[in-house]
Design a protein. Structure first.
Length: 152
């Protein structure tokens, strides 16, 4: 069975001392790691607004642009705000999760009439020569702005 390298962050923060990253990860383990890292990314809030970052285009892909913008001033019932949130999620994943390509984010029907936003994230998992479709459900809880991510 093909084994894959752990992410740079996983290798950097591995405190087990067993160097599990040298043995590689199964495809299933990589999928779970991507879901975990995606949830961490979407629960990180950027300190700089899009307006400020737009003056420094290269900063968008740096640590300065890491994470989502603050959605607390947006209305979950306004279609244009929902569309902005979808675009923000899509842009954030495209810019900061290199294992995912061709990312598309859409609202799911569960969002309508709900006090939370539910998204489906469609992407292609890109590992070495492997390319595989992968999908996630993500739920944004507006009060806490916490995002839950689960792989489908």
């Amino acid at each position: 069975m093909k084994r894959f390298s752990a992410s740079f962050l996983d290798r950097l923060t591995d405190t087990s001392g067993q160097r599990n990253s040298d043995q590689g990860l199964s495809l299933e383990a990589v999928r779970e790691h991507v879901a975990r890292d995606l949830e961490a990314l979407l629960n990180t809030r950027r300190g700089l607004s899009n307006d400020i970052l737009s003056h420094y285009p290269r900063s968008r892909d740096s640590v300065l642009g890491f994470g989502l913008t603050d959605f607390s001033s947006m209305s979950l019932v306004k279609p244009e705000d929902r569309a902005d949130i979808c675009r923000s999620l899509e842009r954030t994943v495209n810019n900061h999760e290199p294992r995912l390509r061709q990312v598309r984010v859409e609202l799911t029907p569960e969002s309508f009439g709900s006090k939370k936003l539910c998204f489906r994230i469609h992407a292609v998992l890109a590992l070495e020569e492997l390319r595989e479709p992968i999908n996630f459900n993500a739920t944004l809880h507006p009060v806490t702005q916490h995002v839950d991510v689960a792989r489908l």
